[in-house]
Design a protein around this ligand. Structure first.
Ligand code: BGC
Length: 772
């Protein structure tokens, strides 16, 4: 772990150029707008080590599966988010020598991700091999206001000479995924044209026929005056460029503005891509860089109005939480219900950019609280649309009914291929069912249940019904051969969490049925008919509910993670040698599987989801038993432990967990940030502040708060949207103030007191006047 970034409230700043951390920085300084995104690669050539990455949301490739030993049921392919046309490129030649930061002397280097305004900038001086020095100032963004537009301002100033600057902006589609299974390139060229005004390049994927057109135009200015220059054009396979040469005197600033539109066949007709791309591009170019930048700043200001968290007294924590919120907003905007949140977003290739249970279990609360409820609803509809595929998936695995959602997916089909996860990590179905409850409980939008929710719930319930079996020996239903959230155990019997979430699904499905029967009877009957749901099935569900087996240890008073957990040698993590950690990099898999060490919340995942069903003593016993055995080697782990620790009043433990989640990427905690950022766990960081330190829950149609200020902070405040109101919650040692920034009143509970915060009103809770 090397901390090399400057601590700042609103920016991530790197103050010198170090090739050894460059790929980490390429991840950290990534920019995106939900529609496209990219790693912080340089505009000019860089021959040092770099992971070039530019991605278009939803454009993926079914890369043929590669496994050591094929098992029936494996999917044929692993869907990958595609590395797409490099549209930022601008080659730079100074008196014929190419600018390449790997080959020149770099000084005064500053790279800044301005999170307030949504821009990435770079400033440096470079001395080339012939002693000529230049200053470079580059600023770029992908527009939040115009999703298909990106813009770059690139300024060069000769510092100790007068000479010729040649600039070659280009579009390069000859790119490859680093994680391609068979070193294959996935793109074919369709058409291209390099022209003096507007150049373009259209590529299509070898399979699935996704088309992406990138269109570029540029203007060059010298000391503020637009130049009319000859452009020399070049075309080669999957590549177009347009070159200009400028005579610049010492101290004169040469600025190139590059505008790009990226349009895809996901959003436009195949035959229209070039035309639409050109239209959008010309509009952007005519608006000009400054206008586009102003729009960017305004759009981000609106995002921050809805989602900012302010931490007083700890700038490092402030920077970290804003970084997490910023990256989440860059990854998913909710405008398109075919999209989802990949664990690495647009910042790397690992995990294929696909959808995991992370979305339902970890990301949903962030979007529920910081955006219009339609956005969280879209995340749910995404799974509704995949229901038929989830049914097919269950059939492929030999189930006669029900739906098993995939562990990893792009289009609803499973594309994960490790048997212990693909076939056994079935608790994901529970998270998808739970998300429906979570959404309806938070928003009060019960219309979702009849429109979409019940169908998903019934099919998941049917899956659980068939996945359990009755053990004569135990006289109970059991669930054999599963992997719980703790992936450091495979093929276990009766994972407590999976059994519990399965039964919870059966219960909740019936609760929803009763609601619909009473309140939307016609729709209820229509659905029962469509689903061909029989009384016997529901009777069977009730039998499972009444007779499910849950491993439990009477003496310890804890739920057992799975059958036989206590046969293991129970050693706390603190007794491990520091060099053993992380286990997944230092121990054989065999040793990990036999050990008691837990990758991430498992029993505690259930205690978090179903919090109301357990008293504090039960939570405490389970936390005290499991947390010391947990190595938190999934980035999703510390946040849940933080939330439960907060509830138990373990303030120091909660803060320790917070630090592990909040600066995970900024401090490269897991030593893997160069692969991309841990986007889905960033939502967990947000949960740590709002649900952990803020103690936020929604119960009985009211927003409940149970906050405390961590001793390292002086105060904090966060925004939450709740049923049409936007509330600002400010927590200090002495007071909790909830300010309503909208006209819509909201029901809240602070500790045990109920209030209505009127439209534009405020509620103050002084701690001194009450006992907490
Ligand atoms: C975790 C899973 C998670 C996946 C993607 C794994 O390391 O164990 O729970 O879904 O990463 O984030």
């Amino acid at each position: 772990m090397k901390q090399y970034l400057k601590i700042n409230e609103w920016s991530i700043i790197e103050e010198s150029f170090d090739p050894t951390t460059h790929e980490i920085s390429e991840s950290i300084f990534s920019i995106g707008n939900g529609f496209m995104g990219q790693r912080a690669n340089f505009e000019e050539k860089y021959s040092g080590s770099s992971l070039q990455g530019s991605y278009m949301a939803g454009v993926y490739y079914p890369d043929k599966t590669r496994v050591g030993w094929w098992k029936n049921g494996y999917p044929e392919y692993f869907a990958k988010v595609l590395n797409s046309t490099n549209w930022i490129g601008i080659d730079v030649f100074i008196n014929g020598i190419e600018l390449d930061l790997a080959k020149c002397k770099v000084s005064d280097f500053v790279r800044e991700l301005n999170m307030k305004e949504g821009t990435l900038s770079r400033r440096f001086k470079a001395e080339l091999e012939d002693g000529k020095q230049i200053q470079v100032d580059a600023l770029r963004f992908v527009s939040m206001a115009r999703h298909e537009i990106g813009a770059i301002r690139y300024t060069i100033t000769p510092l100790n000479f007068s000479g010729t600057i040649r600039l070659v902006p280009y579009l390069d589609g000859d790119v490859q995924n680093k994680d391609s299974n068979y070193d294959e390139k996935f793109w074919l060229e369709v058409e291209k044209a390099a022209a003096a005004d507007v150049s373009y390049l259209t590529l299509k994927t070898k399979k699935l026929d996704f088309h992406v057109t990138s269109v570029m135009a540029f203007d060059v200015f010298k000391d503020g005056n637009k130049l009319d220059l000859n452009r020399s054009l070049q075309e080669r396979e999957k590549f177009v460029s347009s070159e200009v040469a400028i005579e610049a005197a010492e101290g004169e600033q040469v600025t190139l503005y590059k505008y790009v539109a990226n349009v895809t066949s996901r959003n436009h007709g195949l035959g229209q891509l070039v035309e639409v791309g050109k239209k959008l591009l010309i509009e952007a170019q005519e608006a000009g860089f400054d206008t586009l930048l102003r729009e960017q700043v305004d759009t981000w200001a609106a995002k921050w109005r809805e989602s900012d968290i302010i931490i007083e007294g700890d700038v490092s924590a402030q920077q970290a939480i804003r970084f997490n919120i910023f990256q989440l907003n860059q990854t998913y905007t909710g405008d398109d219900d075919r999209l989802n949140i990949g664990p690495k977003g647009f910042t790397g290739e690992k995990y294929g950019g696909s959808t995991y249970w992370d979305t339902e279990a970890y990301c949903l609360p962030f979007y529920l609280s910081t955006a219009d409820s339609s956005i969280a609803r879209n995340l749910l509809i995404y799974r509704y649309k995949h229901l038929e595929k989830a049914k097919e998936n269950a059939r492929n695995l030999g189930f006669t009914k029900g739906a098993l959602y995939p562990m990893v997916t792009m289009n609803g089909e499973e594309c994960h291929n490790e048997w212990e996860i693909t076939f056994e990590e079935i608790h994901r179905n529970g998270a998808i069912a739970y998300a429906i409850y979570n959404y309806v409980n938070y928003t009060g939008d019960k219309s979702y249940l009849g429109q979409y929710g019940l169908e998903v719930l019934v099919e998941i319930s049917r899956f659980w019904e068939e996945r359990v079996n009755f053990s004569k020996d135990k006289g109970k239903y059991v669930m054999l051969g599963v992997t719980g959230p703790n992936e450091y155990e495979n093929n276990v019997n009766n994972n407590w969490y999976t059994n519990r979430i399965a039964v919870w699904t059966l219960e909740y499905t019936q609760e929803v049925m009763s609601y619909l029967k009473e309140h939307e009877n016609a729709r209820y009957l229509e659905l029962i008919n469509k689903l061909e749901l029989k009384d016997e099935e529901v009777a069977k569900w009730n039998d499972i509910i009444d007779n499910m087996y849950y491993p439990y240890d009477e003496e310890l008073g804890v739920f057992l993670q799975q059958d036989g957990f206590l046969d293991k040698e129970i050693i706390p993590v603190k007794d491990l040698k520091p060099e053993d950690l992380p286990l997944n990099q230092n121990w054989s898999w065999d040793r990990i599987l036999r050990s008691c060490f837990i990758k991430q919340a498992d029993v505690l995942q259930g205690i978090y989801f179903l919090s109301d069903q357990f008293d504090l003593e039960t939570k405490k016993r389970n936390f005290d038993f499991y947390e010391p055995l947990t190595v938190h080697e999934s980035s999703l782990s510390p946040c849940l432990h933080n939330i439960i620790a907060c509830e138990l009043g373990y303030q120091e433990k909660a803060y320790e967990m917070y630090l592990r989640t909040a600066r995970l990427d900024l401090d490269n905690y897991n030593n893997d940030t160069e692969d991309g950022l841990h986007i889905t766990s960033m939502a967990g960081t947000w949960m740590s502040v709002v649900q952990g330190f803020g103690g936020l829950k929604v119960k009985d149609d009211a927003l409940q708060l149970h906050p405390f200020v961590p001793s390292h902070w002086t105060s904090f405040s966060f925004k939450v949207m709740f049923r049409g109101a936007r509330l600002n919650v400010n927590v200090t040692e002495d007071n909790i103030t909830v300010t309503n920034e909208t006209d819509t009143p909201a029901a809240i509970v602070i500790y045990d007191r109920s209030y209505t915060v009127s439209g534009l009103g405020e509620v103050q809770y002084a701690r001194s006047s009450v006992t907490i």
